[in-house]
Design a protein. Sequence first.
Length: 334
Amino acid sequence: MKRKALALLSGGLDSTLAVKVMLEQGIEVEALNFTSPFCTCTAKSAGCKSEAVRVAEEFGIPIKVMNKGIDYLEVVRSPKHGYGKAMNPCVDCRIFLLRKAKEYLAESGADFVITGEVLGQRPMSQRRDTLRVIERESGLEGLLLRPLSARHFEPTVPEREGWVDREKLLAIQGRSRKEQIQLADELDVRNYPCPAGGCLLTEVSFVSKVRDVFEHSDRLDLRDFRLLKIGRHFRVGPRTKALIGRNEAENELLARNIQPGEATLRWLDGSSPLGVLMGTVDDTLLATAAKILLRYTKAEPGNDSRVKVVIDGSERIIAVPNEFSDPAIEGYRV
């Protein structure tokens, strides 16, 4: 009887190789990909989802793409197993993903789950003791196979039952990617985009933006986290943030993400980036956002400048003094 594996596929090198190793053994594979506002594997215009879909198409396997959702944001806010060097809840993140995989296991018709995890590769989530915790708390004990490091662990159910050949699994360990790159050559795996993966939550410089959203939100909205990679961010009120686009592409992205009651701003008398006031909007907050916007134009310092404000399709013009210095706007910057 042919067996089927459900693979967590990011599109990076390790998860791609794990899938390929299973396919080489004649195992049927279905991929599961999770999207997140914090992925940095590829360009903003593509994203991890695109890479995972490309790999699945190249291998001829089905793929289901799932959004991690609001529940995942709560994991980021309060992880049971704590953070890494920044705000990365790596252990809790893996448990979250594998629990989702377990929920989908029966629907997919798969017999077990595979991942691209490598023993010792990541200091927080891929230690031997931590990998055991992840397996146990995900509810996948015995059914979680890590093909790249399988021979460092006790045999799983798929190995014990002979569904897969343990001798053809790998014993990769440590942070070097040399063995994976060599294996990719042997298996003719090409065009992998991010050998080491990528998550903005591991970047210390990004943490302040994430914490700012948690601290100033009555309810969590995935949009607010997606926009953290776009534009310049300024906290102008407890429930209000001003975003200033850095180029036309960002201006367009910001404009597409406006919600009812929020405002766009542009300087009327010259070239201007798009400013967006998100959250609570009033005249005082609009004036503050407009003054910040003017620092990114060629408006004459010290003079009143005209700024067009659009809210729900209704336009008006406000006049505000171009009086903010660079140190002044830094006080608002997130």
